[in-house]
Design a protein around this ligand. Structure first.
Ligand code: PRT
Ligand code: MG
Length: 221
């Protein structure tokens, strides 16, 4: 953690795309597109600012340990990470989606999820799923998966899944239906607590530029 440089942790894909306008508002323009390059460290137009490209679920870890000063992570990832060592000053209102329970079309979820019953639930989000079903008084066997949750109920691995839904197209294509809304998800700015103190002069203007850009986007919407 060099005092006069800023390292920003981002994931490829939707978060990167939706972060570009926010970075631009803070005067930061990446030198290249991570999609078109295999580089994991990307320079920017500013000599003291660089981006590191990591897995979406690894962003909080890089920031927690100060390997990046700040980053952008989905609320889903932050809940599972726990948020230790991180400030979360801003909801960026990007990469929005919903955490849902889904089951095969026609499955009688209302009957299966009565308090006292037992359900097998496949998910990448064991903490979120466990809390949701504990609140309902439903016993669950959580089956941790790392992707393609939609497959699990189709091949008898689970009764239900807990996953993110945005358009609903993936559920539909696999003959599943959303039966319960757990929470709304968007991406947050996460800042290393020590870096916020030591590099306040560098980080504070970026937080303010992001906040203004988010406000302007909300007004325009
Ligand atoms: O892909 P990788 O394993 O590296 O990581 P990741 O899947 O966590 O990363 P990425 O880039 O796919 O997602 C990053 C973040 O985007 C997530 O942490 C969420 O906060 C947010 N986000 C927003 C989403 C979605 N929308 C989303 N729809 N993340 C995933 N999805 C998936 C969902 O899991 C399901 O498989 O898209 C599918 C459903 O989409 P629809 O449009 O068919 O409903
Ligand atoms: Mg993905």
């Amino acid at each position: 953690m060099t005092e006069n440089t800023l390292t920003i942790a981002l994931s490829k894909g939707r978060i990167f795309d939706e972060t570009l306008p926010l970075l631009a508002a803070a005067g930061i323009v990446p030198a290249e597109e991570p999609g078109s390059s295999r580089k994991l460290i990307i320079d920017t137009n500013l000599p003291n600012v660089r981006l590191v490209i990591v897995r979406a679920s690894d962003v909080p870890t890089y920031v927690q340990y100060g390997a990046a000063d700040f980053g952008i992570a989905g609320k889903d990832v932050l809940i599972e990470h726990g948020g230790e060592g991180l400030y979360q000053p801003l909801d960026l209102q990007i990469a929005k989606c919903r955490m849902m329970v889904a089951v095969p079309a026609g499955f009688n979820y209302a009957a299966a999820s009565q308090p006292g019953n037992r359900l097998r639930v496949a998910t990448k989000y064991p903490d979120i799923a466990a809390e949701h079903f504990a609140n309902k008084g439903v016993h669950v066997d959580i089956i941790k998966l790392y992707g393609s949750m939609e497959l699990a109920p189709l091949v008898g691995l689970s009764d239900a899944i807990v996953d993110l839904v945005s358009t609903g197209g993936t559920l539909k294509a696999n003959n599943l239906e959303a039966v319960e809304h757990i929470c709304d998800i968007s991406s947050r700015l996460v800042v290393n607590k020590a870096a916020l103190k030591v590099k306040h002069r560098l980080i504070q203007p970026v937080i303010e530029a992001f906040a203004n850009a988010v406000n302007n986007q909300q007004k325009a919407a």
